[in-house]
Design a protein around this ligand. Structure first.
Ligand code: HEC
Length: 197
């Protein structure tokens, strides 16, 4: 073995200086040994590569836990669909709640807060004042017209807003709808007076 080792050393040396010295130093033993040794090395090399490939193959068969990078990429890929959808729902909810709040606020003020006396009259006051039900003064010279002539507009507005019981009947405060604002009452009575000339 030592001799062969020395022989190998020689061969390597000789190969290192090819051209200077020929193959003459390589004896027959060395040649046989070299062939076998090379075969074994080659076999081991092939075996090594095969084992590496087999290991890789096995590794691929195993279920993999996602790397943080892969997870981030996946999240990024599905995020736009998810977040845009959620965003739209959020916006829709905000708009809906804002709308609901507006509606609730308007509901607290009668008839959407309109200052159109005719609208309020047609919705509420007409039930008594158009027909004269329960002694309500009608919208004519003898009715509201006569009252404004006697008491003046301000007094009519005040009494209609506060409500009163007169000789003719009961005028409920704000026509019976407490949600009507002072300003709305004023506009409505003004409109009624305007119709009673
Ligand atoms: C339930 C019936 C009824 C409704 C509804 C009603 N009124 Fe009257 N109103 C009366 C009666 C009855 C009188 C007269 C009371 C009296 O003088 O004895 C009257 C009187 C009035 C007068 C005269 C006040 C005065 O000083 O003489 C005004 C102004 C008036 N109402 C405005 C309104 C307005 C505005 C509305 C609607 C917001 C309304 N009324 C709704 C029954 C009603």
């Amino acid at each position: 073995m030592a001799a062969r080792g020395a022989g190998l050393y020689t061969v390597r040396l000789e190969h290192g200086h090819l051209g200077h010295a020929g193959q003459s130093h390589v004896n027959k033993h060395d040649t046989v040994f070299l062939k076998k040794f090379s075969l074994i090395i080659a076999f081991l090399g092939v075996l090594t590569v095969s084992l590496i490939l087999f290991a890789r193959y096995l590794n691929h068969l195993l279920p993999h836990e996602m790397t943080p990078q892969a997870k981030a990429q996946l999240d990024a890929r599905i995020a736009p669909v998810g977040s845009v959808f959620a965003g739209k729902i959020g916006v829709a909810e905000q708009v809906a709640s804002a709308e609901a709040m507006k509606a609730a606020a308007a509901a607290n003020v009668a008839y959407g807060g309109t200052l159109d006396g005719k609208v309020i009259y047609d919705n509420l006051c007409t039930s008594c004042h158009t027909s004269g039900t329960g002694g309500a003064p009608k919208l004519d010279a003898g009715g509201i017209g006569a009252r404004v002539a006697q008491q003046g507009l301000e007094e009519l507005i005040k009494k209609a807003t506060e409500g009163f019981t007169g000789t003719a009947g009961v005028m409920p405060a704000r026509g019976g709808n407490p949600a009507i604002t002072d300003e709305q009452m004023q506009k409505t009575v003004e409109w009624m007076v305007e119709q009673s000339k």
